[in-house]
Ligand binder design. Sequence first.
Ligand code: C2E
Ligand code: CA
Ligand code: CA
Ligand code: CA
Length: 279
Amino acid sequence: AKEMGRNTYSFFTPEMNSRAQERHTLEVALHKALEKKHFLLHYQPIVDPHTQTVVSTEALVRWNDPEKGLISPEKFIPAAEDTGLIVPMGEWILRQACADAAHWQQEEGLNVGVSVNLSSRQFMRSDIYGLVKDVLKESGLPASKLTLEITESLLVEDENEILKTLRKLRDLGVLLSIDDFGTGYSSLSYLKRFPITTLKIDRSFICDILSDNEDAALTQAILSMAKSMNLKVVAEGVENAGQAEYLKERQCDLIQGFYYSKPLALEDLLLSLKQKKLS
Ligand code: C2E
Ligand code: CA
Ligand code: CA
Ligand code: CA
């Protein structure tokens, strides 16, 4: 395989070659960062606008490079997915997120859940069910406090296998959320077949709900469909009071966005949650 790789280089134009080299450099750096535990999780509160309480959080990974500082997941998740590194990285993310959430539940008395992003690759290339089961047991986090965020693209892969895995995960009691809902596949029939509990309306729809009639119509259609199918809805990317109010009036269950809070380091999250509990 190495030989093949070397041969294919000769077909690259100089520009492609340097891009391939950049990718390779990134891959090596990611490997090292994983070994040295240079990743950390930030947590963004997910709020019930009707009670103004934080119900859950989304775990969002950052790469803390000693020289470059915090690097956004958008810069390295795609490479981690391409190289398969997302499997060990995702395992670490799930373990850490569940351990942190078990801690704030049990030690801090905060009844707040956690949502973890899963890449399709983690479903295709690893025993995700076994992992989730182990991690729940080892952390002591109640299954109902864990939400797994998947994307629509997963649901068109090897359908039967994915369906079986998702059913087993639901049977454990974990919640299953469709991330970036509305941006992927056009067929909605999968909502009937897969044991989904939650839809996350993509930020791109929320951004202009107050000014764009089409975005408003789509958001309302998602909300009313979700209600009749007994699905919870999280609106993400809510940045101002107007958007939050609009969504609350239309019975949106949960809101996530800079309006309530940006993603926070664990200790800042805990401070913020404890302050809210007191007031
Ligand atoms: P996502 O899952 O859609 O996560 C939401 C992103 O929106 C986060 O970006 C968050 O910081 C950002 N965001 C939240 N509220 C607002 C808002 O009000 N306005 C705006 N403009 N942005 C907001 P982040 O943390 O940079 O993550 C980007 C993407 O990287 C995530 O999108 C997700 O696809 C991926 N990602 C992050 N963490 C993980 C992870 O642990 N595993 C995997 N597989 N992917 C991850
Ligand atoms: Ca997400
Ligand atoms: Ca999203
Ligand atoms: Ca439009």
